[in-house]
Design a protein around this ligand. Structure first.
Ligand code: NCD
Ligand code: ZN
Length: 338
């Protein structure tokens, strides 16, 4: 596309974002609202979102910061929470429950060690048609194999809960793309902008780039190609979830950097660049503005974003976090329109 080329999309949704809590929450929420009409907010705060009262007050805080963005809420499945707490979260408006394998990622020490631990909770979610969202990695497997190693567990969940709708989050491997394509239609997946853009070599092939350190780890060029193929295929099974996960710069630059990439501020420019490179800009709107809403059975949302092919420099810091490609030029801009 030539410089100045413009593309207008129906207002996008982000079906996986971390807004944290405390002083930075308003900035993170507004950053998402600048590009997205609806966001699915992850529950791995400290303490986690596990009951209706916590969910309501978290949603109210987000709404106060970014009233023009609809926060769709999730709750965290923790062993022993019980069906009454699940019911309470659903009554408060949760549309998904999040399964974190214990120890798999940031703030997941209290997660699930074995799906048996949450079998009653899953049965209730199935009965009430609440989506099960999964961080599909086995933390006990070697770092690059964790996603593939978790697929048999998902397969068992699919078999044991024959009506449960499931989303595998932030796919990173060709193996997971192939699995999704073979599973029933009630199983879908989110794809992030960073897994569509980078490989493990971008993270550590030259100087270490803490901004790209996330779970699941970035993988090979072949894995990335499979993800990009899925994203641009027009399949209803693959839709956008940024997994934008900001960490303060001093933590990211410490000797024990936490996992998570702050991509929300440049999600659409990154996606436009990927889709353009794949020659499939025509499929971008379906991926970011339609497929996920259809899976979650949400109505169309008013508004749009305007993408313009025009270079801008990504700041060194955004909201005190380090964005990917900090200080570099990127050739797409996004502007939300009323
Ligand atoms: C996320 C975070 O920081 O909360 N980190 C990440 O690397 N993606 C948690 C998650 O989604 O795994
Ligand atoms: Zn996440």
């Amino acid at each position: 596309m030539n410089d100045g080329y413009q593309l207008q999309l129906a207002l996008p949704d982000d079906f996986h974002v971390h807004l944290r809590q405390g002083t930075q929450l308003p900035a993170y929420a507004r950053r998402s609202a600048a590009q997205f009409g609806r966001i699915l907010v992850m529950p791995n705060t400290l303490p986690p979102i596990c009951d209706g009262a916590a969910l309501r007050s978290y949603r109210a805080e987000i709404h106060t910061a970014a009233p023009d963005c609809q926060a769709l809420m999730t709750f965290k499945l923790v062993p022993g929470m019980g069906t009454a707490a699940v019911q309470d979260c659903i009554e408060a408006g949760a549309i998904a429950g999040k399964y974190y394998p214990a120890g798999a990622t940031t703030n997941a020490a209290d997660g699930v060690a074995d799906p048996q631990q949450i079998s009653d909770e899953l049965a209730l979610m199935q009965e009430l048609d609440i989506v099960l969202s999964i961080h599909a990695e086995d933390p006990l497997s070697p770092a690059m194999e964790r996603e593939a190693a978790f697929l048999p567990i998902v397969e068992r969940l699919i078999r044991n809960y024959p009506k449960l709708r499931i989303v595998l989050e932030h796919l990173s491997s060709a193996a997971a793309v192939a699995a999704i394509s073979n599973w029933p239609e009630r199983v879908a997946a989110t794809l992030t902008a960073h897994h569509l853009t980078y490989t493990i070599d971008d993270l550590l092939g030259d100087k270490l780039q803490p901004a790209l350190f996330c779970k699941p780890l970035l993988k090979s060029a072949a894995d990335r190609a499979a993800l990009l193929q899925a994203a641009t295929s027009g399949s209803p099974r693959f839709f956008f979830g940024s997994d934008s996960a900001p960490h303060p710069a001093d933590a990211k630059l410490s000797a024990a950097a936490p996992a998570g990439s702050y991509t929300a501020p440049l999600a659409l420019p990154l996606l436009a660049r990927c889709f353009e490179a794949a020659g499939r800009l025509d499929r971008l709107e379906y991926f970011v503005s339609r497929a996920g809403a259809d899976f979650y059975q949400l109505p169309p949302k008013q508004g749009s974003v305007l993408l313009t092919k025009k270079a801008w420099r990504i700041p060194e810091r955004i909201d005190d976090a380090i964005p990917p490609e900090a200080g570099r030029l990127i050739n797409w801009q996004a502007q939300r329109l009323p």
